[in-house]
Design a protein around this ligand. Sequence first.
Ligand code: SF4
Length: 342
Amino acid sequence: MSALLRVQDLRVRFRTMGPLKALATGTKAPFIDAVCGVSFQIRKGETLALVGESGSGKSTIARTIIGLQPALSGSIRFGAQELIGLTATERMPYLRRMAMMFQDPVGSLSPRLTVQSLLAEPFRIHGVSNRDGGAEAERLLRMVGLPADVGRRYPHQLSGGQARRVGVARALALNPELIIADEPTAGLDVSVQGEVLNLLARLQDELGIAILIITHNLNVVRHMADRMAIMYLGRVVETGSTQHIFDYPRHPYTQALLSANPVPDPDAVLNRIEIKGEVPSMLRRPSGCEFHTRCQYAQEICRGVFPEPSASGDDAEHSFKCHFPLKHESGPRWEKSTALTS
Ligand code: SF4
């Protein structure tokens, strides 16, 4: 199936100081590269998760896709259309076909508007007729399992779960083909998290929407994503089907992230792997493999040579960047704790 969204070699750069200050302080490179050559694609009806610690560049990618952040280079194709280089006006028809759910469900809703007005906003922004706004709001609220009277409330009168559902209803307003969900369960109780994820999964089944989930929560990934891409310092270090990566992580960073996450098998014995130290600053990127400052398997070559992508062999879509990938000769990692050793 052809890709609905194809991101290729995307680079995003932030200035850290203005040109005059850079001149005055003698700073040669007054910027950070927040996203460095990221590539992935999402097919119709599929869910891809971008996973990583905060500051790994995943939210920047989402903001760049919807045009809130300019790209330095690379390509973002939505269907057959290249989005990089379009003006805001030229981009509008494509943005109408995708919707963003922001991380803070209440903070992202204007406090002065009722839910009904908030649900009418996407129509207004995109110049789409919405003559019977009341009926439309009721329809959208019904789709996300909220009663019609929620339409008369203001954001501060909603619970966290209700606000998130209103966010989903807003995202659905213009029948998008792609929803970008930034930390869709952040700040919610575990039971409400489940409700929101089930809601998204149900709507995806019914409407065939593709979903790009941005999260650091591996339970969300396991529940929702067909495929996942693990990010470190603005690069994808491992990508593939969710099942295959959970079973057979090849990159030590992925292994450490997964080891900190509970697995569904109550009899599983897992070694929790601590990642040493802090994420390095993007202003001072380590040489070679950028994970070498924290990797328990690092060797000399890792400090000097950047690892090229390698395929995992038994899964064509699974690839990783590591000189010394983990081996799983004993089967999936949660069957035996020894499967975690390389
Ligand atoms: Fe660790 Fe080396 Fe692999 Fe980087 S390339 S993840 S430092 S083993």
